[in-house]
Design a protein around this ligand. Structure first.
Ligand code: GDP
Ligand code: ADP
Length: 401
């Protein structure tokens, strides 16, 4: 084997007594500054639930922080390595290829903002993913302008390219709407709790109901290798613009308010009271659509086919590139037994079990130099490749295979 790694990670599978009663099983600890992050906490002998506690050396106290985001599923063990002192990369043992790399953010911009809001210690989970995602497309515009119609046309023509972000809403379903397809129809109290738990990228009160985009709704589409389309109001678009999600923002305008009213009425899905409320709100939305500085493009939906062609053009779908088939990014296949170390911007996973030593590639390298995104969404941009520690040596780590 070549030169030793610069920093060998605390390897797990050691009991950390003194970090609270939950820490009976396998924990891994990572120290950043004055804080030691204890990650793990056994449920039983075969699986590990992934909890977080913070031991503060300056006070001698152990605290349980607010943990935002969806936490990793149970596993058979964890390795951890600190990156840039603001996040901890976690490699899970005994996980599926799409679920083995996670980041626990402890001092990123998102976490610092949340600490201010919550007034206490906060950490946030973000799942790691290989490669980059195409920018999601945010479509806004007044009720009845034709957003849903245009999105349906796009999804029908390019089913493997686009996926719809299924929002949550407290409004009642319309007769043709299906739960989980058009919206996740939910109760206000449940949605408010999930918002508090950090599960939403954005949310807003629109026409008297609560609407929101869960982080999962966007990430599920992106994980499938598709470009995500969000149909959200202007308030939601503003929140997405301020988030870590880089998107394209499109505002759809009606040719006139009279035509908007005609479309809303002919759709026949709202009561008179709801139609009037939507028309009142449309005026404010139109002003914000033009003057808020949120939107990259404004499209007029007068003639539907012409508007659809313009939408395709600005999404680059009018040429040969439109025919390109997408494939979902691959996961990372790790053996249950491995150890983890770090060298510069590379995290090296040694899969050197006796059987794997006979195989030609026994080191997996995670290049973390170009990470993007992060909590509350996925951390993308992981570059993963295998090398052979015997012939390539760690000096050969820059080679891709
Ligand atoms: N902020 C936000 N707005 C949403 C979301 N989902 C839908 N909306 C917006 O809520 C408004 C009302 O949607 P809906 O009740 O389906 O009525 P429609 O627009 O008339 O079809 C529209 O402006 C949608 O763009 C969401 O997740 N977040
Ligand atoms: N360019 C257009 N001309 C005429 N009717 C349209 C046009 N675009 C959409 N519509 C119709 O207007 C109604 C509202 O469209 P919809 O897509 O539901 O709007 P939104 O999703 O913005 O609320 C639907 O009945 C739809 O068929």
């Amino acid at each position: 084997m070549g030169e030793a790694p610069a920093f060998v990670v605390d390897n797990l599978l050691q009991n950390q007594d003194g970090f609270g009663s939950k820490s009976k099983g396998c924990n891994t600890t990572t120290t950043i500054g004055d804080k030691t992050y204890v990650i793990g906490g056994g449920n039983d002998e075969s699986t590990l639930s992934v909890e977080v506690q913070i031991f503060d050396k300056t006070t001698g106290n152990c605290v349980t922080p607010i943990v935002l985001g969806t936490k990793p599923n149970t596993c058979k063990g964890l390795s951890a390595v600190s990156l840039n002192d603001d996040r901890i990369l976690i490699v899970k043992k005994g996980s599926t290829p799409d679920d083995c790399i996670w980041f626990l953010e402890v001092d990123t911009r998102f976490v610092r903002e949340q600490k201010k809001i919550q007034g206490t210690d906060v950490v946030a989970w973000s799942k790691g993913a290989r490669g980059y995602a195409e920018k999601p497309v945010v479509i806004s515009g007044p009720s009845g302008v034709g957003k849903g119609t245009l999105i349906s046309m796009l999804m029908k023509e390019f089913p493997s390219m686009f996926g719809f972000s299924v929002s949550h809403t407290t409004r009642a379903p319309r007769c043709m709407e299906k739960d989980g397809v058009h919206y996740h129809f939910t109760e206000r109290s449940i949605m408010e709790k999930e918002i508090k738990d950090g599960k939403f990228l954005e949310y807003a009160s629109v026409h008297g109901n609560l609407y929101g985009t869960s982080i999962e709704a966007v990430e599920v589409v992106t994980d499938a290798g598709k470009r995500c389309i969000l149909d959200i109001d202007v308030q939601g678009a503003r929140s997405v613009k301020a988030s870590s999600l880089e998107a394209i923002f499109i505002f759809i305008c009606p040719p006139s308010m009279e035509e908007l009213e005609k479309r809303l009425r002919s759709r026949g899905t709202e009561t008179e009271e709801q139609i009037l409320k939507r028309l009142r709100n449309a005026k404010t939305e139109m002003e914000q659509g033009h003057s808020s500085g949120i939107f990259d493009h404004i499209l007029y939906n007068d003639n539907l086919d012409e508007c659809y062609e313009s939408l395709k053009k600005l999404l680059g779908l009018d040429g040969a590139a439109a025919a390109t088939q997408r494939s979902a990014p691959q996961g990372i296949d790790l053996p249950t037994d491995h150890s983890v170390s770090k060298m510069d911007n590379k995290v090296i996973i040694n899969c050197g079990t006796p059987e794997l030593k006979k195989a030609s590639k026994n080191l997996i390298v995670l290049d973390v130099s170009s990470l993007k995104g992060g909590a509350p969404g996925r951390t993308r941009g992981l570059d993963v490749y295998a090398i052979d520690s015997f012939s390539d040596g760690l000096n050969g780590i820059n080679q891709t295979s």
